[in-house]
Design a protein around this ligand. Structure first.
Ligand SMILES: NC(=O)c1ccc[n+]([C@@H]2O[C@H](COP(=O)([O-])OP(=O)(O)OC[C@H]3O[C@@H](n4cnc5c(N)ncnc54)[C@H](O)[C@@H]3O)[C@@H](O)[C@H]2O)c1
Ligand SMILES: [Zn+2]
Ligand SMILES: [Zn+2]
Length: 361
């Protein structure tokens, strides 16, 4: 048995996305079918469409989603039908070398559904980040379903499934923000503003938002930035140093992921400070730095995969903070759209008009 639903695919490298029929198999052992209530449009979906992540076209796009568990397969005991869940792309295995060392947020063998979703002609689809939630229903591994408080708005908490969590976690988990730190965030899209919100939650004293788009900087103030730098008119390294008594920030987060922004992060950081790369570079990008500067400036140069989050720990906690009014997830949702609006949402993302367009059912 299977069901046919509407879904949005990237058919070929660089080609516009298409709404089409997607065949969702009944869940097998360990799997679940989730009725998608909301799914945000993330820059990573655009990377997929452009062939920047892999060549396994066609992709079923969409991966920051919330919904209701509709059907579960055998051997699924902890995800009841009817639960409100945020989908994650880190269903930890419990058994790989990272999990066995007590560091499951690095899990190297995360679970996804075993069966493929397909086009009507049987062509298998590659679901973005093992999720594929620009669809009315999607098939995932049961471990990808993280139960959160059903009082939460799906369009808001679904964003914890990727970009906003990546940003929050880049600050809180990977960057380890401490009360009193100075934090600079380069690139204030959904990910960067997540990092700003994370820095605020973590008790940072100064939070410096950097972007080339003034609208993004206005939003950043709303999420807790104490200072903003327009990198289209000012040099971010000089500006961040000036705002930190001439020294640089304790933590600089690159939420763009380009050589020039990473270099800015590297030099805008205080001695022994931390750089966190959370933006995703493309394969052609290269860095050239004096190795002596790497040594002489000390500190930590880290990457943040999914904000080093542990969904079972972080999603319910952050949902509770949201419901208590301590984490403003609603302001990430610039607009609610339908499945037909994704190509236009990519254009708006490019034009800087949105933090997140969210597809709602
Ligand atoms: N590490 C992870 O696990 C993870 C998860 C989700 C997304 N990402 C990545 O994070 C990045 C950001 O995603 P997003 O959804 O926030 O994208 P976005 O397009 O919404 O935001 C990017 C922001 O960077 C700004 N920007 C671009 N060039 C800049 C420059 N030179 N200096 C300063 N600002 C600049 C843009 O104006 C925009 O505001 C993407 O590369 C995405 O793939 C990573
Ligand atoms: Zn593991
Ligand atoms: Zn994403």
């Amino acid at each position: 048995m299977s069901s046919q639903v509407r879904g949005v695919i990237a058919p070929a490298k660089g080609a516009p996305v298409e709404v089409t029929t997607v065949v969702v198999p009944d869940p097998g052992p360990g799997e679940a079918v989730v009725r998608v209530q909301a799914c945000g449009v993330c820059h990573t979906d655009l990377h997929y469409r452009e062939g920047g992540i892999s060549d396994s076209f066609p992709f079923l796009l969409g991966h920051e989603a919330a919904g209701i568990v509709e059907q579960v397969g055998e051997q699924v005991s902890d995800v009841p039908v009817g639960d409100f869940v945020v989908l994650n792309w880190r269903a930890v295995c419990g058994d790989c070398r990272a999990c066995r060392r007590g560091r499951p947020w690095y899990c190297f063998n995360t679970h996804n559904a075993g069966q493929p979703m397909t086009l009507a002609d049987g062509t298998p689809l590659s679901p973005a980040l093992g999720i594929g939630a620009f669809a009315e229903c999607t098939l995932v591994h049961a471990g990808q379903c993280t139960k959160v408080d059903p009082a939460a708005r799906p369009a808001a908490v679904g964003l914890l499934g990727c970009g906003v969590m990546a940003g929050l976690g880049a600050a809180l988990n990977t960057g380890g923000v401490q009360r009193g730190d100075s934090v600079a965030v380069i690139g204030c899209g959904g990910v960067g503003n997540g990092a700003i919100a994370g820095a605020a939650l973590g008790g940072a004293r100064r939070i410096i938002a950097v972007d080339i788009d003034a609208r993004k900087l206005d939003w950043a103030r709303g999420f807790g930035a104490t200072h903003v730098v327009d990198a289209s008119t000012a040099d971010p390294i000089t500006a961040i140093r000036e705002l930190t008594d001439g020294f640089g920030a304790d933590l600089v987060i690159d939420a763009v992921g380009r050589p020039e922004t990473w270099r800015q992060a590297f030099y805008a950081r205080d001695l022994a400070g931390t750089v966190v790369l959370v933006g995703v570079p493309t394969p052609d990008m290269r860095l050239d730095l004096p190795l002596l500067d790497v040594f002489g400036r000390g500190g930590a140069l880290k990457s943040s995969w999914y904000g080093d989050c542990l969904p079972s720990r972080d999603f319910p906690m952050l949902t509770d903070l949201y419901l208590q009014g301590r984490l403003d997830l609603d302001s990430f949702v610039t607009e609610e759209i339908s499945l037909d609006g994704i190509e236009a949402a990519f254009d708006k993302m490019h034009a800087g008009e949105v933090l997140r367009s969210v597809v709602v059912a």
